[in-house]
Design a protein around this ligand. Structure first.
Ligand SMILES: NC(=O)c1ccc[n+]([C@@H]2O[C@H](COP(=O)([O-])OP(=O)(O)OC[C@H]3O[C@@H](n4cnc5c(N)ncnc54)[C@H](O)[C@@H]3O)[C@@H](O)[C@H]2O)c1
Ligand SMILES: CC(C)[C@H](C(=O)O)[C@@H](O)C(=O)O
Ligand SMILES: [Mg+2]
Length: 357
């Protein structure tokens, strides 16, 4: 199969982990006889430094022309500590999602058995947890009107949803549930927010079209608690942009680490595949970042954008084998990890590649 993949490393550990993600795509192409070509583009802080824009036009054009995008992360401490900055790396990410119509963000929370002890949650609570989040990605308070009063003392972000935006993500969630354990949990705050009342109304309507799928509605505060108390009760979770952002970082602890969680952002055009983690300033340049979230994002890319199921499964099996062999990056290591199994980013990548050779 001939495909063109755009690598967009972004900032911080984004470059470190996408290097490994790309190597895995190259290894898959070699193993299965595909012809993948690559290009690279800037986003975030590195793009602001080079062009003044967080999402340069050239990057967007390249994204539209690509068959899929492997994305790293954006963000820089310079902006995190300066709320007044007008141009910010994260704007590039949000603009990309909007411009490409990436309204559905799939965040699978799957615990590799070998990592049962890497989590701070008890193994007996975690064992068998397997959740697929559908986070709505182009609406909500992220894209509603933002205001600051003239005296600068009052600020607001409009939490807004339109019926069609809720319906299309709900349909994706129900369709996915049919291929899994046929359960959808919709998460909102309908006891307080009008936008959540519309959310619940629309999900209830969509649910009627899927009588074979069990539907549950939960308030976000309770859902946050349930995720830790009993993660196994969840199959597919569908929720808005902000709640989905927060709940999936929380859920990363079910999988052991932020460094394990991949995601697929899909919708109207080119799919973008990215770890859920950020640029991780605290470990940037140290070479210790876990590249497996990027590797697993590459697996999602192969499956969802290219329909290459066997290739995608080969990547997941390679990760599984590396973990079974006891190899760990720092974030998923524990006191029992022997020194010779504690790997840096590149060495972990090399172990995955060895499995794919
Ligand atoms: N999609 C994105 O591009 C994205 C997502 C989240 C945050 N950010 C940005 O990243 C910057 C840092 O944000 P943050 O610190 O809140 O979140 P973060 O996800 O970057 O880091 C949170 C914690 O998880 C650890 N971590 C993250 N990824 C890891 C990996 N692959 N291996 C090992 N440890 C890992 C970090 O070291 C840190 O301790 C901010 O500027 C933020 O805006 C970007
Ligand atoms: C960096 C930020 C804008 C982004 C978000 O909030 O969507 C990130 O946290 C994510 O989860 O991709
Ligand atoms: Mg986030």
């Amino acid at each position: 199969m001939k495909k063109h993949i755009l690598i967009v490393p972004g900032d911080g550990i984004g470059a470190e982990v996408t290097t490994v993600g790309k190597q895995v795509l190259e290894a898959i192409a070699a193993k299965f006889g595909h012809d993948f070509t690559y290009d690279e583009a800037l986003i975030g802080h590195v793009a602001i430094e080079a062009t003044g824009k967080a999402l340069p036009d050239e990057t967007l054009t390249k994204m539209r022309a690509a068959d899929a995008v492997l994305f790293g992360a954006v963000g820089h401490p310079k902006y995190d500590n300066d709320p007044s900055a007008k141009v910010r790396p994260e704007q590039g990410l949000l603009q990309m999602r909007k411009e490409l119509g990436l309204y559905a963000n799939l965040r699978p929370i799957k615990l590799f058995d070998e990592l049962l002890d890497a989590s701070s949650i008890k193994p007996e609570i975690l064992r068998g947890a397997d959740i697929l989040f559908f986070r709505e990605l182009t609406g909500d308070v992220y894209f509603g009107e933002k205001k600051r009063s003239e005296d600068r003392n009052t600020a607001s972000d409009l939490m807004v949803y339109q019926r069609y935006e809720i319906e299309r993500i709900a349909v994706k969630a129900y369709e996915a549930a049919r291929t899994r354990r046929s359960k959808v949990c919709s998460v909102d705050k309908a006891n307080v927010l009008e936008s959540s009342r519309l959310w619940r109304e629309v999900v209830q309507e969509v649910a009627k079209r899927y009588p074979d799928v069990e539907t549950e509605h939960q308030f976000v505060d309770s859902a946050a608690m349930m995720l830790i108390k009993d993660p196994k009760r969840f199959d597919v979770v569908v929720t808005g942009n902000l709640f989905g952002d927060i709940l999936t970082d929380e859920a990363s602890q079910i999988a052991g680490s932020m460094g394990m969680l991949a995601s697929a952002s899909v919708g109207d055009s080119t799919g973008v595949y990215e770890p859920i983690h950020g640029s991780a300033h605290d470990i940037t340049g140290m070479g210790v970042a876990n590249p497996l979230a990027s590797v697993l994002s590459a697996a999602l890319l192969l499956d969802i954008s290219f329909g290459l199921k066997a290739e995608s499964e080969a990547v997941i099996a390679a990760v599984d084998a590396v973990l079974k062999a006891g190899y760990r990056t720092r974030d998923i290591a524990d006191a029992n990890t022997p020194a010779d199994k504690l790997l840096n980013t590149a060495a972990m990548g090399a172990q995955v590649l060895a499995q794919l050779a």
